[in-house]
Design a binder for this molecule. Sequence first.
Ligand code: PMV
Length: 328
Amino acid sequence: MTTSATARAHANIALVKYWGKRDAARNLPAAGSLSLTLDALTTITTVSFDAWLDADAMTLDGRDATAAELARTSTWLDLVRARAGIATRAKIETVNHFPTASGLASSASGFAALALAASTAAGLALPARELSILARIGSGSAARSIYGGLVRMRAGDLSEEAFAEPLDDPEGLTPRLRMIVAIVGGGAPKLHGSRDAMEHSAATSPYHAAWVAQVPRDLAAAEAAIAAADLGALGAIVEGNALAMHAAAIASRPPVLYWQPATLAALSTVQSLRDAGAVAWATMDAGPHVKVLTTATDADTVAAAMRATPGVTDVLVSASGPGAELLP
Ligand code: PMV
């Protein structure tokens, strides 16, 4: 017997970053985080539990998963099996619909789509909060991709308290927001994966504790700025928070340095855009790319300036996207 389900989830970009765990085994974050789900970057995943299979099997964008990718997913799938009371192995087919060869992280949309598809195929009808916890165990940032729009991740004290939830947006800021993604370095694979890099940073950076202490302050200020629809205040926190995360990472020994010359050029373009009166605030994740928070009104101006920046190889524009959903 086969039972299968297909789900789609969207990537998200953190406005206040998650960087560091307080418990690596259960993937518990050291602090909360806040993100915007993006409509332009999606993952579609089909999970089929099949009684004839001897082992789990997985394809990613049409190629067979590596042994390491399969092992990580299989271990995670055991959680779903335990919960559903089944031992059946599964076939997983996952496809990323990212409009450029971007090297952008797909773990957030990937584990969010997987959590919904696998739990549904296993016969579970989990509420969104449970899906968020399940996705978090796969990848911390994936907990946020269960929801659309602006999303807050709670650090919680216990595993069942570390989940994401939609953030109130009383002034209706979300539909006005745009994220411009400037790809640097042609989307080459990243040097240090976020999982290992954040552990190394926590273990060796003299600034890690200061970073973790700063996050709750940035979260409170970002939420207040969103409640007041104050984009200037929000943007200043977004940029400062990302640079603080990178400062802590760069101070690791040996350093975790994601920046390339074009990264600095892109950051300088963002400053010039702001000087010229545009809404433009930079953020960066575990890679050299620069993402710019802006508005629907300024999106074309910002995208054109990023495209014209030497070393930027591709630019994509995204509005806010929806949460994870099942496909027929
Ligand atoms: O969940 P991971 O392992 O993909 O880590 C995400 C880390 C950052 O992208 C750098 C920050 C974030 O909050 O998304």
